[in-house]
Design a protein around this ligand. Sequence first.
Ligand SMILES: Cc1cc2nc3c(=O)[nH]c(=O)nc-3n(C[C@H](O)[C@H](O)[C@H](O)COP(=O)(O)OP(=O)(O)OC[C@H]3O[C@@H](n4cnc5c(N)ncnc54)[C@H](O)[C@@H]3O)c2cc1C
Length: 243
Amino acid sequence: MDGLSPAAPAPRAPGRWQIATVESIEWQTPSVKSFRLALPKWMPHLAGQHYDVRLTAPDGYTAQRSYSVSSSPLDEGTIELTIDRLADGEVSPYFHDVVTEGDRVEVRGPFAAYFVWRGESPALLVGGGSGVAPLMAMLRHRRRAMPDAPMRLVYSVRLPKDAIFGDELAPDTELTYSRLAPPGWEGHTGRIDEAMLTGWDREPEIVFVCGSNAFVEAATGILLGAGLPAERIRTERFGPTGG
Ligand SMILES: Cc1cc2nc3c(=O)[nH]c(=O)nc-3n(C[C@H](O)[C@H](O)[C@H](O)COP(=O)(O)OP(=O)(O)OC[C@H]3O[C@@H](n4cnc5c(N)ncnc54)[C@H](O)[C@@H]3O)c2cc1C
């Protein structure tokens, strides 16, 4: 089998657009939904990679955004994108308010070679808000493919209702509520601090930080200040503003 015989599927290239079908939609929080897309030309991604999504209006106007894959690459044939609805946004409200199961959307990917987990451990994941999406791909993939590899997620949300993937977070997650914790909460409150990032009894081989610009700046500043070598820290910024 050389991959070029007539019966072989068309070669898959991440740069090519394809039409995905929305298989299911799951509410994660009041402003975040996960979309499970079935891809005709699916290929396994690396945990941390993203896809581009393109919307085209009847007059030909297009809008394109990137969304991280939040599912494990072991979910053959599908990817999950987890999208935070920005009230004044263009693409994320469309997904939330218009897209329904069975709809078709244009995607291409997977992309990125830098913000990807390739099995390094111990791995520390640091997420703020919807920045947890690519980190969840890493966590899910580690649980299925390398369950003994040490991995820990430090996750900051503002309010209890903002915790994405709530049911799946324990037991390898440290959660902090930066504005208001639920009644009876005995865990962390306030912004991520040095104690949260350095309190693990493992020396991280690699650290992935993802969230708004402000969140990524703050978290990397703490890590560098604590003496972690810069080459062990990988960052992904979701938004142009401080958020
Ligand atoms: C590599 C990569 C991966 C990404 N993965 C995800 C993901 O998994 N889930 C997800 O929800 N988003 C993700 N994003 C962000 C996403 O691409 C869009 O930027 C976001 O959905 C806003 O698009 P929009 O069209 O709704 O808003 P826009 O019309 O682009 O922007 C509307 C307003 O919101 C501001 N804004 C734009 N983006 C953000 C933001 N992220 N936070 C705060 N303010 C913002 C703009 O400055 C503007 O004022 C990712 C971005 C990158 C670069």
